[in-house]
Design a protein around this ligand. Structure first.
Ligand code: BDR
Ligand code: CA
Length: 315
């Protein structure tokens, strides 16, 4: 039976790629999208989630609108220089005829998890506010969620939002610290691996060649995103963030992992948003009584990229 997942997302160019990758994978049953600020404001994330499902021909999948701001401070603002003013590479899609469900993202997550205990995997690929709010609403979801496979964080490599912190965690460190500390099975697919998953120019060009509505949309939105990587990392291609979390669900043997408790820097100083695994022999007080998190440390980039492209080809 296909694995039921809820993708919590801030679409976002790489979010769109990840959502389509999941929808094209028969092992996965996407039972809903929940939206969050990050790459764009939450209202645009919701509009984009609905538009992406229209493109995929999946208007049956519900979208639930999420939090507009982080737990502790106002949202710092979107990143149009990465994802475009519309979050989709400035292609300005028409609005969807559909609307979000009449439930918040946190309520939707709680309702679904409690209705299908042990069956649902949460896949957050944006800031973790909705997941922390769902835990606050119903702490028992920690026992009843199958797994949380999230894109975010940096264990031993630099950040991308700041020298210290990865963007999703930096956008709501307080929420991330709650999620890493709850008694459930969390997998962190962070920059330690995603900055090593490289789609080169020819892989990117493959999206235009495959020629279905989803790959055509990705081909249209990638140039803006690709320019960001060229300007900032000097690469002729892109790093694969959110799709790496989907790839973990499909084939965890793509990754090497370690298991350690994780804390998040919630200070309002230069380290804000840094994820700190207890890496040494000692587990000092701040990490004690916290569950081990599965942290991805290495990845087979070529195999992952081919898996994603094959799924988009329908193989
Ligand atoms: C993460 O931040 C967002 O810009 C991407 O969509 C991804 O989820 C990478 O740090
Ligand atoms: Ca994202």
């Amino acid at each position: 039976m296909a694995q039921k997942i809820i993708i919590d997302t801030d679409p976002g160019v790489d979010d769109a790629m990840a959502i389509f990758f999941a929808l094209r994978s028969p092992e996965l049953d996407v039972i809903g999208l929940t939206t969050i600020f990050g790459n764009v404001h939450t209202h645009l994330a919701t509009v984009n989630a609905l538009r992406l499902l229209d493109i995929a021909g999946r208007p049956d999948i519900p979208v639930a609108h999420g939090a507009d701001d982080p737990l502790a401070v106002p949202f710092g603002g979107p990143v149009p220089f990465v994802h475009g003013d519309d979050g989709q590479g400035n292609v300005n899609l028409p609005p969807s005829p559909r609307k979000a469900v009449n439930q918040s993202a946190a309520q939707f997550i709680v309702e679904q998890v409690m209705a299908h205990p042990g069956e649902i995997t949460l896949v957050p690929v944006g800031p973790l506010t909705n997941i922390a709010l769902a835990l606050r609403l119903e702490p028992r979801i920690a026992q009843h969620t199958k797994q949380v496979v999230l894109m975010g964080g940096n264990a031993i490599v630099p950040g991308n939002a700041t020298p210290c912190a990865e963007a999703n965690i930096h956008n709501d460190p307080e929420a991330a610290d709650v999620v890493f500390g709850a008694p459930w099975d969390v997998v962190m697919v962070g920059l330690d691996v995603t900055h090593n998953v490289y789609m080169e120019a020819d892989d990117v060009a493959e999206y235009a060649r495959i020629g279905n509505p989803m790959t055509e949309h990705v081909a249209a939105i990638l140039p803006h995103y690709r320019k960001y990587f060229g300007d900032n990392y000097g690469i002729d291609g892109i790093y694969v963030h959110d799709s790496s979390a989907i790839a973990y669900l499909l084939d965890p043997t793509l990754f090497e992992t370690i298991r350690r408790p994780v804390r998040v820097d919630c200070t309002h100083d230069i380290g804000r948003g840094k994820t700190w695994p207890a890496l040494g022999e000692r587990v000092d007080a701040p990490w004690q009584n916290r569950p081990d998190v599965t942290i991805c440390t290495k990845v087979d980039s070529q195999r992952l990229v081919q898996l994603e492209l094959n799924r988009m080809r329908g193989v």
